[in-house]
Write a protein that binds this ligand. Structure first.
Ligand SMILES: [Zn+2]
Length: 164
């Protein structure tokens, strides 16, 4: 029963005390030493990468904390600025001006609405008067036509009588 397998060619070595592979000549001791070195190098590389990741994570955490502190300071500053009497007075002035502007706008809107209503009433009144004038003119023309018919009938009757 062979005790070990050559790691390079997979050949079954005859026994444990063989130092070289009978097939490919690989030195088992050298191969083991090289494997150890490779493993150690890989482990140290991994450890380095892990350390690098930790450093980056710490940096990010520091940045985050710093940003939080900066925001807190800015908010505190804004709060203090807001408490300043001159700032408060200016803000109240602005709010008052905005209220007044809104009132003026409402007044102007009401004036506009009233002017439009009056103008509409004037136009409607003019239209009604125009309509009445037209009706009067039509009535006068109708009366004239009727008088003309009567005159015509009278004339015809007179002519009839003259021939009798
Ligand atoms: Zn071999």
């Amino acid at each position: 029963m062979p005790a070990k397998v050559c790691p390079v060619c997979g050949n079954h070595a005859v026994s444990d005390d063989h130092k070289f592979c009978e097939e490919c000549g690989t030195s088992f001791a050298e191969w083991e030493a090289k494997k150890r070195v490779d493993d150690e190098r890989r482990q140290s590389e991994e450890a380095e990468r892990a350390a690098e990741r930790r450093r980056e994570e710490q940096l990010r955490e520091q940045k985050r904390k710093h940003e939080q502190e900066r925001q807190a300071e800015e908010e505190a500053l804004e709060a203090k600025v807001g408490e300043d009497p001159e700032v408060r007075a200016a803000r109240e002035q602005l709010e008052e001006a905005e209220r007044e502007a809104k009132q003026r706008e409402e007044q102007i809107r009401e004036q506009l609405g009233a002017a439009e209503r009056q103008a509409r009433e004037r136009v409607e009144k003019q239209q009604r008067e125009e309509e009445k004038r037209r009706e009067a003119a039509e009535a006068a023309a109708q009366a004239e036509r009727e008088r003309e018919e009567v005159r015509q009938r009278v004339k015809e009757l007179e002519e009839q009588r003259a021939t009798e």
